[in-house]
Design a protein around this ligand. Sequence first.
Ligand SMILES: Nc1ncnc2c1ncn2[C@@H]1O[C@H](COP(=O)(O)OP(=O)(O)O)[C@@H](O)[C@H]1O
Ligand SMILES: [Mg+2]
Length: 293
Amino acid sequence: MNQLSPLESELLAQASAATGRIEIDNLTIRLGEGRQAFDAVQEVSLSIAPGEFVCVLGPSGCGKSTLLGALAGHWRPSQGAIRVDGDPVAGPHPDRGLVFQQHTLFPWKKVLDNVAFGLKMKGIQRQERRDSARELLDLVGLAGFEDRYPIQLSGGMQQRVEIARVLINQPRVMLMDEPFGALDAQTRLKMQELLLEVWARVKTTVVFITHDIDEALFLADRILVMSPRPGRIIEELRLDFARPRHPDLVTSPEFMRLKRHCLQLLHPQARIVPLERLSPLGPQAAAHANHNV
Ligand SMILES: Nc1ncnc2c1ncn2[C@@H]1O[C@H](COP(=O)(O)OP(=O)(O)O)[C@@H](O)[C@H]1O
Ligand SMILES: [Mg+2]
């Protein structure tokens, strides 16, 4: 009989202990009343592996926030089902942490107490929750800012605190709805890198909503592209870019090629060129390149 080596046993134990598997099965979310009713999300089926980083990319109004809201437990499925680690999503829970474009910190609490708050709700002792909060603030690069109030921080720093506030609950899944959308371009890039560093350490599943193609391509293991009215997943792109991702990635030919493809998907009038026929530089460059061969 084949016996497992100690290493194999350990890997197997790790794999079975992994949490944060999301399964969405034929999900429809119908919004509005009577004749105004419409499917904001229609017949979406997908599965996300524990620890995977998935971006949902689509134009404004296509149903991204509705889909994320359903995962958070704010919307009940009109049809279909959502399960996390096999359990149906029945309402909001700290196991599924949410980060929005605007932070949800208590303005009257110091940074440390904002981050520690989730543990207070769980009845954990003051010293222990403050120690954990310090650790998380260190993780998001905010050691030394424990005694500030949210208003005394920049927008990027507020979002770092927000991420720490969510992570202190050790969520199975982190749900992020355009979390860097209100930040200036420079800060946004820094925050994307920070998020990837943090994610590499905590290994939680991330579902990240964005309408920014560069952001999705830089961050994700996999991009799900959504189309508007009805909100459906129209394409899935797996990204094989090496990790850790470097800012130079955005200038690589493969990145540009995928970006052009996403641009076409987000502009329904555009003629869709199959991905394998797309060059990084555009149709003329492709024709030119063929000419040279
Ligand atoms: N509570 C609601 N009632 C009715 N319609 C809504 C509600 N919330 C959002 N919508 C509509 O549903 C569609 C999808 O919205 P949303 O999920 O917020 O899109 P996105 O996040 O992609 O911009 C939009 O047309 C929006 O106007
Ligand atoms: Mg939205």
